[in-house]
Design a protein around this ligand. Sequence first.
Ligand code: GDP
Ligand code: GDP
Length: 455
Amino acid sequence: AAEEGFDLEEVEGAIEAAGHGPLPVLAVVGRPNVGKSTLVNRIIGRREAVVEDKPGVTRDRVTYEAEWSGRRFKVVDTGGWEQDVLGIDASVAAQAEYAIEAADAVVFVVDATVGATDTDEAVVKLLRRAGKPVVLAANKVDGPSGEADAATLWSLGLGEPFPVSALHGRGTGDLLDEVLKALPDAPAQTFGAAPGGPRRIALIGRPNVGKSSLLNKVAGEERVVVNELAGTTRDPVDELVELGGVSWKFVDTAGIRRRVHLQEGADYYASLRTAAAVEKAEVAVVLIDASESISVQDQRIITMAVEAGRAMVIAYNKWDTLDEERRYYLEREIETELGQISWAPRVNVSARTGRHMEKLVPAVETALAGWETRVPTGRLNAFLGELVSAHPHPIRGGKQPRILFGTQAGSKPPRFVLFASGFLEHGYRRFVERRLREEFGFEGTPIHISVRVRE
Ligand code: GDP
Ligand code: GDP
């Protein structure tokens, strides 16, 4: 490293920064209007509104990355609440439940100017049951006079209430210090699971693509559809299914089975549920209804899985309904709409007839293998050396930026750091990624490449 003009500390720092694996997850829950979204904005350090002006606006972004005192984590915002859909208590319970499931720690926000309400108490019950670490935020304490209101929230039995003003930032530093104490270094959900235990699969896709049918099919039995409101009962959330002699854990299947049919707000719940399932899983099987055009919603769901850095398989379902014409157009759509995830293994299935069900597990195994791939530094640099001499970066301003060396900083998904003598253009980075994939596989996994440029 030294002879290439990087000092060792810089190299180690870059590798450590890039190699962080999946981040722990913080959920922010509470009643409507207590200031959850305002607090999330504060935590992620962004002023522009996550808070929506219009009620009922579909929000599909529910997780954000944040950093405090040099530690990074994800925040799940549950502020996209819809009052009319389920009624207050059920709505709050449902959103809190999904978010808590996916979280490693929870910030429970209460409006200190109002005090604890029955709805707050209902969330406290959920929190107790979940057993996750909780930090209690007594919000809307905009000045010292509100501190007494905050103190009354000791009555919730969740320990010390932290008086904050999400709006003005008062007290949020202390709150975040406490959050960091509560958050594990790595997400327990995904990576604290017993090594050698069952792999975790999230079955995701927009409503009616056939998730529940597929789950029933692979589980080999028809199941009773649970018809209760989300949050009112607690059926087992994850399900163990034996496939090909191996146990797999399908996460968040209660969400799939519950089949709450909502009119408005359904998209928001679907997004929250998808985000929760993805956080808990190692691999996402994204179902797409092959009989219909690939939609923006399908794309958003795929983006969620990719951004979360999970392994991914695409299952085109309802294959039994396709005629030749639809098949032709589907292939064209896949090319134009889903070109950016051409690395994901693909299966064409029918949950109804059972077509190609046996291909699902091998595809999932392929994706997990790609996700876990580690390329030894020697092999990587031999490859980079050849690549750079055969395909040098175009000369810019009389200079030719060169990749000097690289290393894989982490896996699940694979993360690389390349050290270069100058800025690498976007097109060249894409080229490097393509060649890396050709050389080492990485089927079914997103890969991250960061580039450090020598000063
Ligand atoms: P959510 O429904 O829980 O996500 O709540 P929002 O973040 O949308 O906030 C609801 C309302 O409370 C908005 O009008 C916010 O401006 C206001 N609000 C949020 N935090 C504070 C605070 O710390 N102090 C005051 N005075 N108002 C706040
Ligand atoms: P979910 O909302 O994603 O769980 O979707 P469901 O499993 O409830 O399926 C929605 C509808 O699509 C139901 O009427 C299913 O019978 C139907 N369906 C699911 N898979 C298939 C399939 O492979 N072929 C056909 N023809 N219909 C299917």
